[in-house]
Design a protein around this ligand. Structure first.
Ligand SMILES: Cc1ncc(COP(=O)(O)O)c(C=O)c1O
Length: 381
């Protein structure tokens, strides 16, 4: 049996073979603890971590290498950014603004902070999933300490007006955190140009290994200070203690360098590919709805509502040929309609008739994908 075509790159990406090759020596040959700087073995690892930090800092537009704090992924980076800044600033104010379509790594953390006295305003989005700048401005209060808005949505691909939100944050002296797990490596991004104070990212979304990511913590105008959330050996400026995962960090830097280098061409290629699939599906089924912003979106993402066709049924029917996701979040006990799709105005039924395609470097044949999907929809319609 041939492998199904993988179309879930928003969930995760495979490790690029060049990344794997770069990582391999750090599992067995260069194994020193990067904090053991008194001897050769430790120094070798530290050098690799320093070089990786420098590469990532440069590619994100940081001013200093130490603005990059390595974490175990974007969930952890989001927790550190939100909990760390709230606990540091709560004497000044307790109000946090975010959006209704954030990833659970942000929404659940904010919910947790409400138990510590935080007051959270979740901004609504329009039918494309875009946060309204005027609503943001209206929501800011004298006790607002933090704004957290994602760069690009993981379900519908919509890209937020990050520069404008950064300007509003700056004007009001409020910290601005961006969950950029879906954008880093895929979209042009410069933290200082965009007035970002804190930015979360994750290697497995850009062909790096799983379980490693980072948080950009601005050090200049303003110098951002966070309370530590975990305690231990003081690594990562005390913000993320624990022995550094050297192979993963080396791999993440290599993955980001490769992604940024090929970014422009890959965006164009995947934009064309997505447009072709969209056109083919619309030609066959004019009632299909494409969710998210038509232009301001991740080029490799398609979020599609197919009236009358249950997403789960379609995924199951095509599982030997295509691997893709439903637009609904599943828990172990029950299936909930996606909070993102609800926020852009879909009914519960429409949510359950929605699928997500995440194309990537291995996705080549838009015609074949379209044909498989059309055949599947016809069977279920
Ligand atoms: C927008 C967004 N934030 C956070 C995460 C969590 O990232 P990680 O898997 O690195 O914890 C994801 C991944 O699904 C995501 O898409």
């Amino acid at each position: 049996m041939t492998e199904p075509i993988y179309l879930d790159h928003n969930a995760t990406t495979p490790v690029d073979p060049r990344v794997l090759e770069k990582m391999l020596p750090y599992f067995s040959e260069i194994y020193g603890n990067a904090s053991s700087i008194d001897h050769l073995h430790g120094n070798r690892s530290k050098k690799a971590v320093d070089a990786a930090r420098q590469t990532i800092a440069k590619l994100l537009g940081c001013r200093k290498d130490n603005e990059v704090i390595f974490t175990g992924g974007a969930t952890e980076a989001n927790n550190l950014a939100l909990i760390g800044s709230y606990r540091r600033l709560r004497e000044k104010g307790r109000h946090i603004i975010s959006s209704a379509i954030e990833h659970p790594a942000v929404l659940d953390t904010l919910h947790y902070l409400e138990n510590e006295g935080a007051e959270v305003t979740l901004l609504p989005v329009d039918c494309y999933g875009v946060v309204d700048i005027q609503a943001l401005q209206a929501a800011i209060r004298s006790d607002t300490i933090l704004i957290s808005v994602m760069f690009a949505n993981n379900e519908i691909g919509t890209i937020q007006p990050i520069k404008e939100i950064g300007e509003v944050s700056k004007k009001h002296g409020v910290l601005f955190h961006v969950d950029a797990a879906q954008a880093v490596g895929h979209e042009p991004l410069h933290v200082y140009d965009l007035n970002i104070d804190l930015l979360s990212f994750s290697a497995h979304k850009f062909y790096g290994p799983k379980g490693v990511g980072g948080l950009f913590v601005r050090t200049y105008a303003p110098m951002v200070r966070l309370d530590a959330v975990m305690f231990g050996g003081g690594q990562e400026r005390g913000l993320r203690p624990g022995t550094l995962n050297v192979p993963a960090i080396v791999g993440m830097a290599e993955a980001l360098a490769i992604a940024v280098q090929g970014q422009k061409a890959e965006r164009e290629r995947l934009g064309d590919l997505s447009a072709t699939i969209k056109a083919n599906l619309l030609a066959a089924f004019p009632g299909i709805i494409f969710n998210g912003h038509p232009e301001k979106r991740l080029q490799h993402n398609l979020n599609i509502t197919i009236p009358g066709v249950e997403a789960k049924g379609l995924i199951h029917l095509l599982k030997d040929r295509l691997s893709f996701s439903a637009g609904s979040a599943c828990s172990t006990t029950k299936v909930e309609p996606s909070h993102v799709l609800k926020a852009i105005g879909l009914s519960d039924d429409e949510c359950f008739q929605t699928i997500r395609f995440g194309a990537g470097r291995s996705t080549m044949n838009s015609l074949q994908i379209s044909e498989i999907l059309i055949e599947g929809i016809r069977k279920l319609n």
